[in-house]
Structure formats: structure tokens, C-alpha cells
Design a protein around this ligand. Structure first.
Ligand SMILES: [Zn+2]
Length: 292
């Protein structure tokens, strides 16, 4: 009998990561491509990536994580704040029709926390939370070992307010995402006289550049404010951080944890970088077929 495999697609504002895994979470094949601009191009990239990782295996389903809000039934995209013109796209139906496979759609951060709860650090943890930090910030919550999405949109941590400055793409002012995301970090860096792209800023911090370190200190402080709010609402067992910006590691995490503790009057939970690293979102999307 042929073994069963699952495909997971993590659609990000910067890149699309696609994986083929078996039911035990073993990574068989992966492909990462830079996200194009137009919706039709991106749908084409998703289909090509699925085709590329399939390897003629017996695929039981394709899980897709997207950076934004979906309808309650998880068939339609309602809003992707960092990608244009996706409103009301019936992505599940489109991919199902083109591939002939069963497709499940979920918010990307929900996928990430799901993946971590099956194959990562949140395994056997009752209440856990994750933040994906990249082009924007997403969030996922597991309560009593189950994904919690409220009426549909819980865990939009990127859009909790941490100041009265800077208008966000979502319409609110002072969103956490305006400070802790690729554009947030670049803005802080620019204010300190570093006009570089995110990888260069990261490299500068790693090689000990004082100004670049300060950028991460400021970013970490805002992340800590956000974490402290999350902790006071949910008091989870564990907080996990994923997404491209999590590669900054301790430069970001240390000041964030310090600020979180400073602003919380009880003992806070551990904060860690996701175990599944760069593949957390894509493996998590595939896990949609393991949780049901
Ligand atoms: Zn916002």
C-alpha cells in the first residue's frame, strides 16, 4: 500500500514556502519562492509549487496558510492586509479544482501553532500562543489543546495598539506591527541613520554594530509590550515566535522578554523561537490534515 503524504503551503508577503511531509512530520521535499505581486501570479506560484513537491506521491490533502483573515468556514479570504486585491477570493475552491485534491485553508499563524503543537515545542502543552513576525505580525492561540479562533479573527496580535503613532494598513494607529515587522524595523533603523534592507540590518547587529543593536533593542521593547498584553489576557504555558524576523534570535528576544517581565506583575511563561524554524508555517499548514 502506498504511503500517505501531505502538502503544506505557507503563503507569505515575501515568500511562498511549500513542503511535502509524511504523517509523522518527516520533511520529504520543499520549495521556497519569492512572492510575486499580482494575485493571479501568486495563485500560479502556489499551483507550480504544489506540482513541484508532489513527486508523484499519494497526496491525501493540501493545507494552505495565508497571512490574514478568512471566513468562518475557511473557504474564502476576507482580507490580507499586506497583499493587495485578495478580498473574497475562493482560494480553497480554486486550488481544489486545479489539483483535484482536498484543500484546507487556515490563517498562517494558526497553521504555525498547530504544527508546533503536533511536531514542535508546543507538543503536550495545554495553552500556547505563537506570533509570526515577518512582513506583518500574525498570531495563533491554542487553548486546552485546541485551536482558538474566537468568532473567526482571534489572535490578531499584530494589530494590538502599542502607541499613538504611525497609521497601519489595517486602519488602526500605533499597531504592534508598525514597530515589530520588516517595515517597522526598517523605519526604526532609518531614524537611527541606517538606511538598509532588513538582512543587512540583521547582519550589522550580528557583527556588533552598536546602532543596529539599538534598533533591535527598541524593536524588542515594543515586542515586549505586546507580549505583556498577551500574557495578561491569556496567561499561556508557552509563547513561540516564528517568521523571518525570528532569525534575529536573542537580539530581539532578550529585550522583549525583559520588557514583558517588567510590565507583568506575575511570573510570565517561557518565550522561545519555534522548533520547526523556517518550515513551521508550511509544515503547520500540512498539519491541518492531521488535526481532524
Ligand atoms: Zn494594524
Amino acid at each position: 500500500m502506498a504511503k500517505d503524504y501531505i502538502i503544506g503551503v505557507d503563503v507569505g508577503g515575501t515568500k511562498i514556502n511549500t513542503v511535502l511531509i509524511d504523517k509523522k512530520g518527516k520533511l520529504i521535499k520543499k520549495l521556497k519562492v519569492k512572492t510575486k505581486k499580482k494575485k493571479q501570479e501568486i495563485i500560479g506560484q502556489i499551483l507550480d509549487s504544489i506540482d513541484f513537491v508532489s513527486l508523484n506521491k499519494k497526496i491525501i490533502g493540501i493545507g494552505i496558510g495565508v497571512p490574514g483573515i478568512l471566513n468562518k468556514k475557511r473557504t474564502r479570504i476576507l482580507n490580507l492586509p499586506n497583499l493587495q486585491a485578495w478580498k473574497n477570493t475562493k482560494l480553497k475552491e480554486i486550488i481544489q479544482r486545479k489539483t483535484g485534491k482536498k484543500v484546507m485553508l487556515e490563517n498562517d499563524s494558526n497553521c504555525m501553532i498547530l504544527g508546533e503543537s503536533i511536531f514542535g515545542y508546543a507538543k503536550n502543552v495545554k495553552d500556547s500562543v505563537c506570533l509570526t513576525i515577518g512582513t506583518g505580525i500574525g498570531g495563533g492561540i491554542i487553548i486546552n489543546n485546541k485551536l482558538y479562533s474566537g468568532r473567526s479573527n482571534a489572535a490578531e496580535f499584530g494589530h494590538i495598539s502599542v502607541s499613538d503613532k504611525y497609521k497601519c494598513a489595517c486602519g488602526n494607529i500605533g499597531c504592534l506591527e508598525e514597530y515589530v515587522s520588516v517595515r517597522g524595523i526598517k523605519r526604526t533603523a532609518k531614524r537611527l541613520g541606517i538606511n538598509k534592507d532588513i538582512l543587512e540590518i540583521q547582519e550589522m547587529a550580528k557583527s556588533g554594530n552598536k546602532k543596529a543593536r539599538k534598533v533591535y533593542k527598541i524593536t524588542g521593547k515594543y515586542l515586549g509590550i505586546g507580549l505583556s498584553n498577551i500574557v495578561k489576557i491569556l496567561d499561556p504555558d508557552l509563547i513561540l515566535i516564528g517568521g523571518g524576523i525570528s532569525n534575529s534570535g536573542n537580539f530581539l528576544l532578550k529585550p522583549a522578554i525583559k520588557e514583558m517581565k517588567k510590565r507583568t506583575f506575575f511570573k510570565t511563561c517561557p518565550v522561545k523561537i519555534v522548533k520547526l524554524k523556517d518550515n513551521a508555517g508550511a509544515i503547520g499548514a500540512a498539519c491541518l490534515f492531521l488535526s481532524v
